[in-house]
Design a protein around this ligand. Sequence first.
Ligand code: C2E
Ligand code: CA
Ligand code: CA
Ligand code: CA
Length: 271
Amino acid sequence: GRNCFTIYDEAMSAELEARNTLEGDLRDAIALCQLEVHYQPFVDAHSSERRGFEALVRWRHPSRGLIPPDQFIPLAEETGLIVPLGEFVLRRACEDAAGWPSGLAVAVNLSPIQFKEAELFEMICAALADSGLPPERLEIEITESVLLERGVENLAFMERLKQLGIELALDDFGTGYSSLSYLTTFPFDKIKIDKSFIRNLTHQPRSSAIIASIVTLARGLDMSVTAEGVETCEEFERLKALGVNFAQGYLFGRPQPVGQIAFDESVRPSQ
Ligand code: C2E
Ligand code: CA
Ligand code: CA
Ligand code: CA
């Protein structure tokens, strides 16, 4: 201001400026509909049949191209923009999935920040009602960090989602605090084993042991297990032998725009 000056570290101010620009751009992106939802399939490990898709957000930036979520979700969480962004993704995912064959589910990631929103439950109900998607076809993925705070309130919220028929998945299992008490306290249907365990699977016997014990644990708790980040047939074979229920990864398909998904190969005209 006037008569006042601050000396910035040049690198720091450049970083701050870039951040402010990105924040402004992200605000516009939501308003201008530059966000896209891509879908990655997951399959039944036993039959290899597709069971649904995970919704993954991307940002089609006018000058920077397609930006992956790791580059803007943290900023969206810090600024609170994750709330409108998360609503956009959920609504779009429900609308898209309502048009898919009825055996296919859609999984949507919820940020811990969204859990602090009092209106979250109503928003989810409205997204289901407006799209006509049956709640049984919606899965919600949350990470352990959600559970660290406000345990009692989160438990009540999750019970309400379960009562509607929505499935709950514990995402990135094995990367956080992984308190086993979460598994008995919260009503999860599914555990998603983080892809870092899958990556080591064929080189490290210890990873097999960890996955085997997660499968045993999940069975005892009546939960199913998804392995994410499955890239090779070798990994898939190993995971099937270890008893995982679902698999997701580049081996089965990359995240892609809804228009590029082939829903019923059997009725496509042969050439
Ligand atoms: P996530 O929920 O663990 O999603 C899986 C990530 O692994 C996705 O990255 C997916 O593209 C990637 N992936 C899938 N298969 C493979 C594979 O075979 N190999 C490898 N190396 N990677 C694979 P993506 O799309 O970049 O998303 C990154 C993270 O951003 C997600 O991790 C999730 O935490 C977050 N995210 C994405 N969309 C949303 C959203 O709508 N809301 C919120 N809150 N977070 C989101
Ligand atoms: Ca996820
Ligand atoms: Ca994950
Ligand atoms: Ca993640």
